[in-house]
Write a protein that binds this ligand. Structure first.
Ligand SMILES: NC(=O)c1ccc[n+]([C@@H]2O[C@H](COP(=O)([O-])OP(=O)(O)OC[C@H]3O[C@@H](n4cnc5c(N)ncnc54)[C@H](OP(=O)(O)O)[C@@H]3O)[C@@H](O)[C@H]2O)c1
Length: 292
């Protein structure tokens, strides 16, 4: 399988554009799915303290990077894979809403590090802005401390609306590397994507498949037939060509494999334009202003 392109964050750190999302992956299944994904070529994993599965992710990563020589048998492609170096994998986790605030964030980070069993985290994110709590600036200050101490290679946010980002930019000393937002063909987030470009913040798409709902869109099904691909491959390819970082979640080896098999075809400009007309302003998750 062709590997994912690596793109640069605003501090020069490289990230695989296509990663694996772990929301709603039960703790007992996380290690197995991460091992399958590693076998298929995924090197970037997106978890969160709230998902309750950091330990499973850490166990799989620890097993894959523990030695520098040897062979890892994976359940995925059936192919043997060499052990990985820690630098070969990219791990994101997030501070949960109840842990916002300077001291609480530092404490939550330590707990995530213990769960993951890692010496550093690649990307640490604020999970939701929680405007009613009024703590996201303080929380971000703690993340800047972690960044300066070298405990995280990059910091960023999730679910920040333009107003939250503007408030943060007034205050932040480190420009967030990413804003991870709900984004798929039915919620294209063009305003935020433009703002991110201006601020040099990468757009990372959560629920990139619209939790499976957008795969039923007739326009996407037509393109799947045209390109002899699956609807999920069309949607993931659209994200890649838009320049998004994209982290689909899947629960079975065939889907995990299918979702990574998107680097040997290209959507033409006309079809990219056609996909941009599928916007419905449809959210599968909560509106960020309403989460606290
Ligand atoms: N920062 C945030 O606030 C936030 C919020 C939500 C999500 N996220 C992150 O984004 C990741 C992805 O979002 P998500 O999990 O909500 O949704 P998603 O990736 O858009 O969709 C996952 C759903 O699509 C199905 N699916 C996956 N591949 C498929 C395929 N090839 N064909 C048909 N169906 C397929 C999955 O089914 P099966 O599982 O049954 O295979 C699952 O029901 C999360 O796992 C998490 O890491 C972040």
């Amino acid at each position: 399988m062709k590997p994912s392109p690596r793109i640069s964050l605003n501090n020069g750190v490289l990230i695989d554009q296509l990663g694996f999302g772990l929301y709603k992956v039960p703790p007992g299944e996380a290690a197995t799915l991460v091992n399958i994904a590693l076998g298929e070529g995924y090197r970037h994993f997106d978890t969160a303290a709230m998902y309750g599965n950091e330990s499973g992710v850490g166990r799989a990563i620890g097993g894959a990077v523990r030695h520098t020589n040897g062979v890892l048998e994976t359940g995925g492609s059936g192919e043997a894979m060499h052990w990985l170096d820690r630098e070969d994998v990219f791990i994101t986790t997030k501070v949960w809403n109840d842990d916002q605030g300077y001291d609480a964030t530092l404490k939550a980070f330590d707990a995530s590090m213990v769960n993951l069993g890692l010496e550093y985290i690649d990307l640490y994110l604020i999970h939701w802005p929680c405007p009613a709590r009024g703590l996201f600036l303080e929380t971000y200050k703690a993340m800047e401390t972690l960044y300066r101490e070298g405990k995280v290679r990059a910091i960023g946010v999730c679910n920040f609306q333009p107003g939250h980002l503007e408030a943060l930019m007034e205050y932040a000393e480190v420009v967030p590397a990413v804003n991870q937002i709900e984004l798929h063909p039915w919620l294209q987030q063009s305003r935020l994507r433009t703002l991110h470009e201006q601020l040099r913040i990468r757009t990372e798409a959560w629920s990139p498949l619209g939790r499976g709902q957008v795969l039923e869109d007739p326009g996407i099904k037509d393109l799947a037939a045209k390109y002899h691909r699956t609807p999920a491959q069309i949607v993931i390819r659209w994200h890649i060509q838009l320049g998004n970082i994209v982290i689909p979640k899947a629960s079975s080896a065939p889907r995990i494999r299918e979702n990574f098999n998107v680097f040997n075809f290209e959507l033409d400009a006309e079809d990219m334009d056609g996909l941009s007309t599928l916007e419905r302003h449809h959210r599968t998750g909560s509106h960020p202003d309403n989460v606290n």
